[in-house]
Design a protein around this ligand. Structure first.
Ligand code: E4P
Length: 273
């Protein structure tokens, strides 16, 4: 399973790259917005050159950049432009296309996400199809040629709680088997949790022999990381703080304190010389 960082921040990416375990980077317009705010204080760096720096330090690892268009023509124009501008630097750019660019639940355009995936894929531009919330969306994206589909586990958990008017904090653990309210298991049309969304996508792809990779996105905690890994995600993308917290355990640091306390000069000499 590959590990990506979900960030547009150069320093965060550098630090995690230094672990030697990073396979790629995902960004989205909200993450880029954060960096644009930071860049306002630096007169010399433009967003374009900042992204180029990210591509240089990641040295050919997969980096996803998202379009912002809301229809087919805009999305393919932006996809082609992003690819032309940035792929020569790292040779591993994935264009992120939303499965459905519509802003409302009822849409005036039809299947523009799918059509854009088909077009870009026909030009051999790898597509990461984003904002996936159902296995059927994942299936259609893969059939249209997406190389990666990104189901959003954390936001699925948010949605199930929002629909049931449950107050929550985004970092609150949401059980993979779902939660009950008034003795009824809550679900989003048969999906009981974000981890269940990844599991169902994985099962569907396996049964239908689909080779497209499943990237578990919107991961909020180490436990959710563990559960999507056990569900068979091919890639997991996580924010900087979640990646860092994967290493932590109270008993690990307690054990370190005890071993340090018990260290005898004889053993220290033996080890150090
Ligand atoms: C994935 O590519 C997305 O950028 C991301 O994982 C969204 O996560 P969030 O729901 O925590 O914003």
């Amino acid at each position: 399973m590959q590990i990506f960082i979900d960030s547009g921040n150069l320093e965060e990416i550098k630090e995690i790259l230094d672990y030697g375990l990073l396979d790629g980077v995902t960004t989205n317009p909200s993450l880029i917005k954060k960096e644009v705010e930071n860049l306002k204080n630096s007169a010399k760096t433009t967003l374009g050159s900042y992204i180029k720096q990210i591509l240089k330090i990641t040295k050919g690892k997969r980096v996803s950049l998202e379009v912002v268009g809301k229809n087919y023509n805009e999305m393919i124009k932006e996809g082609l432009a992003l690819y032309k501008k940035f792929n020569p630097i790292s040779k591993n750019i994935y264009i992120k296309i939303p499965i459905d660019p519509c802003l409302e639940d009822v849409c005036s355009t039809e299947a523009d996400g799918i059509k854009a995936i088909k077009f870009l894929s026909s030009k051999k531009i790898p597509v990461n199809c984003t904002l996936i919330f159902t296995p059927e969306q994942a299936f259609l994206a893969a059939k249209a040629g997406a190389k990666i589909v990104s189901p959003f586990a954390g936001r699925e958990d948010d949605y199930i709680r929002e629909m049931a008017s449950i107050n929550f904090n985004k970092k609150d653990y949401f059980p993979k088997k779902g939660i009950k309210k008034l003795n009824k298991l809550l679900s989003d049309n048969g999906i009981v949790s974000g981890v269940d969304l990844i599991t169902q996508c994985k099962t569907l792809f396996k049964i239908q022999k689909i080779t497209c990779e499943i990237l578990a996105a919107s991961i909020r905690s180490p436990r959710q990381f563990r559960e999507v890994a056990l569900a068979g995600a091919d890639i997991v993308t996580m924010p900087y703080d979640v990646i860092k917290s994967l290493l932590r355990h109270h008993k690990t640091s307690e054990g370190m304190r005890q071993f340090t306390h018990d260290l005898t000069p004889e053993y220290e000499n033996l080890v150090k010389k």
